[in-house]
Design a protein around this ligand. Structure first.
Ligand code: ATP
Length: 258
């Protein structure tokens, strides 16, 4: 059986009386791709920051496997565009990096020809691959990818998801991804966790896309998503398994209302 890398146990985060995360249970196993979805402001980045140890939970605990090496890919590359910096030098800045690994890692993500390019002239897809290479240079057993296909066209998105799946297969690492894309990512995901402060529903992509809580947030798959996405009508409550409760059961709800 695959090893459990990370366990979130009833994580809650509050700021000034405002609940950002409530009662979040989540696990990530070795070799598992977990995708975190949820509307804007639902707490996805806050949960990632908690995993990275940048945010202390108000309630609950995060348990790590003893040797957890996280390769983190942020949403964006924040570099002063006036600063001359090649891909090679950018990757050489990774703490403790084995410089001999830079070229093979760029080959792995398909951009070895960009070794001497300036980072600020790269396209959206190329930049994402450089960030992925940087995460891989940490020799991770857990990859944490915050919106990895941001700024990438549809074909590029398919290629990036294929690449991420290939890396998971090769390294048998766990992968936690945040995604706003609800379609392409599903095919490459073992487990989807849909949050809106609390866990609305989680499980296989098939289970989650058929779940009423997912459909209330994102619309019914196949319907006109251009108007359904993020039309959040949270006029119902869930039990801790994500099932919708009848009004009589509401006393047991942990749902955030909007
Ligand atoms: N340090 C903080 N102090 C107070 N509020 C915060 C803090 N960090 C985040 N928030 C608030 O918490 C909420 C959740 O933010 P978060 O960035 O986790 O959402 P998200 O799901 O990642 O959103 P998006 O999809 O827009 O990236 C937001 O309303 C944000 O303003």
């Amino acid at each position: 059986m695959s090893q459990r890398l990370v366990t979130f146990d009833k994580i809650g985060i509050e700021f000034g009386g405002r609940v950002l995360l409530d009662n979040i249970d989540m696990t990530i196993n070795e070799g598992e791709i977990v995708t975190l979805i949820g509307p804007n402001g639902s707490g996805k980045s806050t949960l990632i920051r908690t995993l990275l140890g940048l945010q202390e939970p108000t309630k609950g605990t995060v348990t790590h496997q003893q040797v957890l090496r996280i390769g983190y890919m942020p949403q964006k590359l924040h570099i002063d565009p006036t600063l001359p910096l090649t891909v090679k030098h950018f990757l050489a800045l990774v703490r403790g990096v084995d410089k001999k690994q830079i070229l093979p890692t760029l080959e792995k993500v398909g951009i070895e020809h960009l070794l001497h390019s300036q980072v600020h002239v790269l396209s959206g897809g190329e930049t994402q691959r450089v960030l992925l290479a940087r995460a891989l240079l940490n020799r991770p057993n857990l990859l944490v990818l915050d919106e990895p296909v941001q700024g990438v066209d549809v074909n590029g998105q398919v290629e990036l998801y294929n690449l991420i799946e290939g890396i998971r297969n090769e390294l048998n690492c766990g992968v936690l991804m945040v995604s706003h894309d609800l379609h392409l990512v599903m095919a490459k995901t073992d487990t989807v966790v849909c949050i809106n402060q609390h866990v609305c529903c989680s499980g296989s992509p098939q289970h989650v896309t058929g779940h009423p809580a997912y459909q209330a947030l994102f619309g019914i798959p196949g319907a006109d998503e251009s108007i359904a996405i993020y039309a959040h009508k949270h006029d119902h409550v869930h039990n801790e398994h994500g099932s919708i409760l009848s009004e009589d059961d509401n006393a047991h709800s942990h749902c955030a209302h909007h």
